[in-house]
Design a protein around this ligand. Structure first.
Ligand SMILES: Nc1ncnc2c1ncn2[C@@H]1O[C@H](COP(=O)(O)OP(=O)(O)OP(=O)(O)O)[C@@H](O)[C@H]1O
Ligand SMILES: O=P(O)(O)OC[C@H]1O[C@H](OP(=O)(O)OP(=O)(O)O)[C@H](O)[C@@H]1O
Ligand SMILES: [Mg+2]
Length: 298
């Protein structure tokens, strides 16, 4: 650890919490780097000051604690899953969905039990790391059926609870379903869809910096979704070509030295690039180039 490494946030800095480990950590760090929110984190320290004069302190916390701290106002802004925000019961500004960490909080039961309707679990034992969301969900079923479903908290490896005889069903996250299937479980009901998001305390005094973070992340996310496609085309074929590549807002069109020729630059969704290139080539476009974007600001 360097002698000058900080272990607290300098006075007046915006506090920005990100997950310190787990499923979201690497994606968040990559996104911050791409967005130009760079920092040096000293070994074993969970606090880092942003570089380039940004008055932002990054604080590395468990994803589950981030919503609570942002909700209470101890931290101005953070990145965590919507599931965690719901579970903590706090009120935060949902500033921006980030498009990763997508999964579903689902009621899962052993395949062999053939639970075809979630109401069949009324009055049974449910294990979960999301007790509040689960209680809220089963409360409605209990009220309807006059039952008293038991919800017990397990901090991890929730999928093992049924096999160990600790529960009749679990409420846990499902992305690919690999963990669930390996444990002999199946989805009975989907409770909540979740993804990672930028959240902020509604009363934060750092609205400008929260907005700066939002704009930078937005620019990076756009850059990762789009490529810049450039091509030359004769004027008479231009309308057809623009139908294929209308751009995000609108394409840039410039005159070429050669008579009746235009040069077009247009943003195209990465996943659509191969088919758009084929279509442009078929229309008569030449010198089609595709450029990766490093960052953007729209
Ligand atoms: N399989 C998954 N696919 C996509 N997103 C997920 C998955 N598991 C968790 N998440 C998201 O990531 C958030 C943090 O979960 P994660 O498991 O990384 O934290 P953790 O349980 O604190 O870490 P660890 O599992 O390393 O102990 C969850 O609240 C959820 O929003
Ligand atoms: O549908 P899948 O793609 O298999 O993903 C779902 C699993 O991912 C998460 O667990 P994680 O790996 O974070 O372990 P944990 O239970 O220790 O948190 C979640 O709790 C599920 O168990
Ligand atoms: Mg986990």
């Amino acid at each position: 650890m360097s002698a000058s490494a900080p272990n607290s946030s300098p006075e007046g800095y915006c506090k920005f919490a990100i997950p310190k480990k787990g499923r979201l950590y690497e994606k968040v760090v990559k996104m911050l780097k791409g967005a130009g929110i760079e920092f040096n984190r000293a070994d074993r320290l969970d606090v880092a000051i942003c570089k380039a004069g940004l008055p932002i302190t990054l604080i590395f916390l468990p994803a589950k604690d981030i919503a609570t701290f942002v909700g209470k106002g101890d931290i101005d802004v953070g990145i965590t899953g919507w599931d965690v925000v719901k579970e903590s019961g706090v009120t935060v500004d949902r500033v921006m969905d980030l498009g990763f960490g997508k999964c579903k909080l689902s009621v899962q039961a052993p395949v062999v039990k053939k639970i075809t309707d979630v109401e069949m679990l009324a009055g049974k034992r449910i294990a979960t790391s999301f007790p509040e969301t689960t209680k809220e969900f089963f409360k409605l079923i209990d009220e309807k059926k006059g039952t008293n479903t038991t919800i017990s908290f397990i901090s991890g490896s929730v999928e093992a609870a049924c096999g160990l005889g600790l529960a009749d069903a679990v409420v846990d996250l499902v992305e690919t379903g690999t963990t669930m299937r390996a444990a002999g479980l199946e989805v009975v009901h989907e409770v909540l869809e979740t993804e990672a998001m930028l959240i902020a305390n509604p009363n934060s005094t750092h609205k400008d910096l929260v907005d700066l973070i939002r704009k930078r992340l937005e620019g990076f996310i756009t850059a990762t979704k789009y490529c810049l496609v450039m091509y030359n085309i004769s004027e008479d074929l231009l309308p057809k070509a623009l139908e294929v590549s209308p751009g995000k807002r609108s394409p840039t069109i410039t005159n070429l030295e050669a008579d009746g020729m235009k040069a077009v630059s247009s943003l195209v969704l990465k996943k659509e690039v191969p088919e758009k290139m084929d279509a442009l080539h078929d229309i008569g476009a030449t010198d089609i180039l595709v450029l990766e974007l490093e960052n953007s600001r729209m």
